[in-house]
Ligand binder design. Sequence first.
Ligand SMILES: *Cc1c(COP(=O)(O)O)cnc(C)c1O
Ligand code: SF4
Length: 351
Amino acid sequence: MPESIDQPDWRRLLSQSIVTIGQLCGRMPVSGDAIEPVIERYPMRINPYFFSLVQTAGDPIARQVIPDPAELEESGLTAADPSNEYVQSPVPHLVHRYPDRVLFLVASQCAVYCRHCMRKRAVGPKTTISRDHIDQGIDYIRTTPTVKEVLLSGGDPLLIDDDKLESILSRLREIDHVELLRIHTRIPCALPRRITGHLVRVLAKFHPLYINIQFNHPAELTPEARAACALLADAGIPLGSQTVLLKGVNDRPEVMMELMRKLLASRVRPYYLHHPDPVKGTAHFRVPVEKGLAIMAHLRGNLSGIGIPYYMIDLPEGGGKIPLLPDYVIRRDPESLVVRNYAGNCFTYPL
Ligand SMILES: *Cc1c(COP(=O)(O)O)cnc(C)c1O
Ligand code: SF4
């Protein structure tokens, strides 16, 4: 992968991102006046790679990254933090909800700022995560032996420089009770050139290390994105996907099916399909749960079992995530289950 001497290629690409109204208006048919207040509240960043995937205004790629005046509408969604991440933070930027694992928010910047982001209150250049915060997080993990797994998230952890990322990972690896490391990222999808040979060699020092990638639409699986996934998979890193169910992006069964097929072909195992969280500023992406369940019912039976993610809702008040299933069980009697199969046919299953 070509990298110039002064700065790696991906940094240059990132520095050419669309971040101001002026840069956007020249390229997309949008109203600067309507969008200005949106980006004052929630930052915009669309790097040239991801922007090149946009074909028309309002298409599934554009919807994810082009600011929309709907983000400021009063919608009844007033919570910036509906799943109570702040409340479950023993130290800043670390969420300890489940006994065995913590979510460690080590970065606040991303390769694109997704309009549907569940942490849109906290991503962007205005949030800084200091060295001191990282130290506090690592100290908490070191002194909390129930923590077996650390999930690095953000923001996007893979936007951190290789050296700094290596330092964080190696300090976590030195802790005996930390068995697993996991990174949640959008980089292979949003800025695949960031997946350099050097980065992959750094990551591969810290096995077992898992990476979950957010992919939301089949058009995101370009040859570049697939090559980035291949580099990671070849280094022995198990890859999973996290897809957010989004109105106007992937809320049709055929689109979701194509996405899951392309993920499988790229060695990315579909992991979660997230029902969108009721986060302030994202009401225009919301889809009824029935629609998500219908998509799941369509996948089952039409797609390899290893291509079927769990459909998850994140409960309020920090209750955690639970999977939802289509109603396969119609009735439960003392001696039998009456069930429906993927094709809608009924069966009695003796107990
Ligand atoms: C989603 C989440 C996790 C990880 O959950 P998994 O089901 O293991 O993927 C961990 N901590 C918090 C706070 C989360 O929101
Ligand atoms: S990459 Fe992730 S954290 Fe960053 S804006 Fe998108 S959804 Fe939010």
